[in-house]
Design a protein around this ligand. Sequence first.
Ligand code: DC
Length: 229
Amino acid sequence: MKKITIAIDGFSSCGKSTMAKDLAREIGYIYIDSGAMYRAVTLYCLDNGLFRGKDVDTARLEQDMPGIRISFRLNPETGRPDTYLNDMNVESRIRTMEVSSHVSPVAAIPFVRQALVAQQQAMGREKGIVMDGRDIGTTVFPDAELKVFVTASPEIRAQRRYEELKAKGQEADYEDILANVKQRDDIDQHRAVSPLRRADDALLLDNSHLSIAEQKAWLLEQYKRVTEE
Ligand code: DC
């Protein structure tokens, strides 16, 4: 069967990564969470004192950028890829509220996007990849054979993230998370470089009232449709 490129974009916390990961595992494709890469750069900035309040010292970050190495390695226990920053496993540290509340300004810096998009395109050169993010169907892989744009209401997304953090035993406040989700939607949609928008040829999926199993089945159906065409 021919190998294709699958681009899954959408708002934060709308379950994109769960469906993308599950599909990749099922069909034997590589899965890349591009948001994890922006989160890893943000963690680097936090760990190295590059933030002044919410502002990033872009001159220092630009200098440091060539030495920031992000990779993914399969975790045999979870069967899913963990994110590594300069050879350190940062998978759980990049999911904290601290990183979530600092990531948008980092993801809006043009040289950061340029560097990460180049790495993402290199990862997808051989096809057989499912990548999720905000600009995968528009910028990273404009020629992807299957593009999906996922959305759900902010309240439902905040509730999902709240439950996710609680399940991991992390501090969580629903109202704080909802405010963060809305603020990130606004920044993601209105930034100058690669704003979040649905590619003209992307299928729209509003999963507000779908179970994970229903989403998974829908996505697998789309994959079969495209590869069997
Ligand atoms: O999907 P996520 O919440 O882990 O993404 C983290 C942040 O990175 C989010 O605020 C938007 C940004 N991002 C981006 O700008 N482009 C991508 N391709 C993926 C994520």
